[in-house]
Design a protein around this ligand. Structure first.
Ligand code: MN
Length: 298
């Protein structure tokens, strides 16, 4: 099943647009992966100027394909991220962060993924980690970097990324003309996003920026690069997330009332999340809630 992206303008100083593949009308989550934003490639390297905004109940995972972004947050982290590294911010009960692209490169190309935290840990204290020694694997001519969990058949190359439910995340680089078969964990559902290049999946062309959803129990998938340039695929997987969640703006909670409360606290600057200094300045208020009761879903 193809999950097509929709174009979403972020509330940033520069009005940048991202392609959002999750949540999708056809599938809300893949395992605990609840949100997939794909940005670029763009030569507008000054484009990422996201002022301080909060998160609760989730982890943000930032992956750079090209370019560099500075991360700052309310627990004092200041870190640049470059390709091959993973920034993992665990919001828990609440954190705020800002993101500023460093405009000295040629191209900016990145993904931001959100992971829903299970109920047992969603009120934990916030944390931030950067991983820069992630396992690399080869599947035929495909070169992979594993940033969450482990690929089936490559279990010794497990990312140390601190996660709270069974997940897989990997970037796969497929040379022009190459093909390979990827073994999948039968207990996971998966999504395969084309970030660059022209590929087919099990013989069917998968459109650039589209994500193929592979349901629970899919044993393997064959990938072929039909183009003349390297293709980049993002493989996400996980055990289906069993807890209904309410995801609204930057928060993942369990009920409409919890969303109302955290929204109000953030907008009253009474959330308990410390303010912090960055080169962007300012603070992003939560928008108005829709005039309906938000329902918990999964
Ligand atoms: Mn954010």
């Amino acid at each position: 099943m193809l999950l097509e992206p929709r174009y979403v303008k972020l509330s940033t100083r520069t009005g940048i647009e991202v392609r959002r593949t999750l949540p999708n009308a056809r599938k809300r989550m893949i395992g605990a992966w609840a949100f997939v934003d794909h940005f670029g490639p763009t030569t507008q390297t000054e484009g990422m100027v996201v002022a301080a905004h909060p998160h609760t109940g989730l982890q943000t995972a930032t992956w750079m394909i090209e370019g560099q972004v500075e991360h700052r947050d309310s627990i004092g982290s200041v870190k640049n991220i470059t390709p091959g590294q993973l920034n993992l911010m665990t919001a828990g009960r609440g954190i705020a962060h800002s993101e500023l692209s460093i405009a000295d490169g040629q191209v900016l190309h990145s993904l931001q993924l959100w992971i829903a935290l299970p109920d047992s840990v969603r009120k934990m204290a916030p944390e931030f980690d950067q991983y820069d020694d992630l396992p690399r694997i080869a599947i035929g001519l495909i070169q992979g970097t594993v940033f969450a969990g482990a690929m089936k058949g490559h279990e010794t190359s497990r990312a140390e990324t601190k996660l709270y439910s069974p997940l897989l995340g990997a970037e796969l680089r497929v040379p022009a003309g190459a093909s390979a078969t990827i073994e999948l964990d039968l207990g996971f559902e998966h999504g395969l996003l084309v970030a660059a290049g022209a590929v087919s999946i099990d013989g069917q062309p998968l459109p650039l920026h589209g994500m193929e959803y592979l349901e629970l129990g899919t044993p393997r998938v064959s990938i072929r690069n039909n183009g003349h340039t390297e293709a980049i695929l993002m493989l996400l997987g996980g055990e289906p997330f069993s807890e209904p969640i309410v995801m609204w703006w930057n928060f993942i909670e369990r009920s409409h009332d919890e969303i109302v409360q955290i929204r109000q606290k953030w907008n009253n600057r009474d959330s308990g999340i410390p303010e912090f200094v960055d080169h962007i300045g300012g603070w992003t208020p939560a928008p108005e809630l829709p005039n309906v009761t938000l329902k918990a879903r999964n």
